[in-house]
Design a protein around this ligand. Structure first.
Ligand code: ASP
Ligand code: CP
Length: 257
C-alpha cells in the first residue's frame, strides 16, 4: 500500500481485507523511504509495483492517476484509495452499500450531502455513483465558498437522472431527508469557515428511519452525544468498507485468475 496522505479506515480495512483473503501486504512509510532523498512520486510508484501483484494508492496530487493512465505506467491492478480533492471510489461503493443495507434500497431515497462540498472527494465519487440510481440529492454546503459550483460536473451528474437541489442549512433538510451524509472541513485542502453540528436537538427533527452517515474522521460537525442513536450508521459504515474492499480485491485478484 502506497499512501502519501494519512488514513485510518481505508488503510486498515484494505489491510484486513488482504489478510482475510489469504494475501500479504507491504507498505512504504514515506518518511523512511527514498522520497526523503528527493525521489519523485512517479519513481516511487514504479519501484513499488516491481515488488507486488496489486497496489492500493492514496495521493494528494489530484492528477496522479490520470498521469499514470495517460502514460500507461501501471503494469498491475492499481486501486484508488483517495485522490486529492477529486475522488475516493471505494468509499463511494461502501457508502452506497451502507444506504442499501440500512434502508433496503437506494432508489427513491432523498439524500442530503452536508458540509465541505468543494473539497470532499468522497462527495464527488458518491454523486458520480448515485447518478445510476433514482434519488434526490440535496446539496447543503457549510457556506458559499464550500458549495459545489462546478457546473460542468453537476450537469454531468444530472444527465444521469438524479435530481439535485441546493440548500443553505441543515435545518432546511433534516425533516425530509432519508440519509444525511455529513463531511468534515478539508482544512488540509484550504477549506475554512464554520460548520453545522448534528446534535440531539437536530436529530429530534429527523425521520424515524433516517440514516446518518459520515466517511469519517469527524471533527465538530457531529456531536458524539448522537452516537448511541440507532439512526447513526457511521460506525456500521466502516464495517461495510471491509466487505466492499474484500469484494473488490476478490474480483480483481482471485476470481479472474
Ligand atoms: N476519509 C475521507 C477521505 O479520505 C474523508 C475525510 O478525510 O474527510 O477523503
Ligand atoms: N473514510 C476514509 O477514507 O477514512 P480514512 O481517511 O481514515 O482512511
Amino acid at each position: 500500500m502506497l499512501f502519501d496522505e494519512p488514513s485510518s479506515r481505508t488503510y486498515l480495512s484494505f489491510s484486513s481485507a488482504i489478510s482475510r483473503l489469504g494475501g500479504r501486504c507491504i507498505n512504504l512509510e514515506f518518511n523512511k523511504s527514498s522520497r526523503m532523498k528527493g525521489e519523485s512520486m512517479e519513481d516511487t510508484f514504479l519501484t513499488f509495483q516491481t515488488y507486488v501483484d496489486a497496489m492500493i494508492v492514496r495521493v494528494s496530487d489530484s492528477s496522479f492517476f490520470d498521469m499514470i493512465k495517460n502514460r500507461d505506467l501501471a503494469k498491475i491492478p492499481i486501486i484508488n484509495a483517495g485522490c486529492g480533492n477529486i475522488s475516493h471510489p471505494t468509499q463511494a461503493l461502501l457508502d452506497v452499500l451502507t444506504m442499501r443495507e440500512e434502508r433496503g434500497t437506494v432508489n427513491g431515497l432523498e439524500i442530503s450531502v452536508v458540509g465541505d462540498l468543494k473539497n470532499s472527494r468522497t462527495v464527488k465519487s458518491l454523486l458520480r455513483l448515485l447518478k445510476n440510481f433514482r434519488v434526490k440529492v440535496n446539496l447543503v454546503p457549510y457556506n458559499k465558498y464550500l458549495a459545489m459550483n462546478d457546473d460542468k460536473y453537476l450537469n454531468e451528474i444530472q444527465r444521469g437522472g438524479i435530481i439535485i437541489e441546493k440548500f443553505n442549512s441543515i435545518r432546511d433538510v433534516i425533516e425530509h431527508s432519508d440519509v444525511i451524509y455529513m463531511t468534515r472541513l478539508q482544512k488540509e485542502r484550504g477549506s475554512y469557515g464554520n460548520t453545522f453540528t448534528l446534535d440531539n436537538k437536530l436529530m429530534s427533527k429527523g425521520k424515524q428511519d433516517l440514516v446518518v452517515m459520515h466517511p469519517l474522521p469527524r471533527n465538530q460537525e457531529i456531536n458524539n452525544e448522537i452516537d448511541a442513536d440507532p439512526r447513526v450508521a457511521y460506525f456500521r459504515q466502516m464495517k461495510y468498507g471491509l466487505w466492499v474492499r474484500m469484494a473488490i480485491l476478490y474480483n480483481l485478484l482471485v476470481s479472474n485468475n
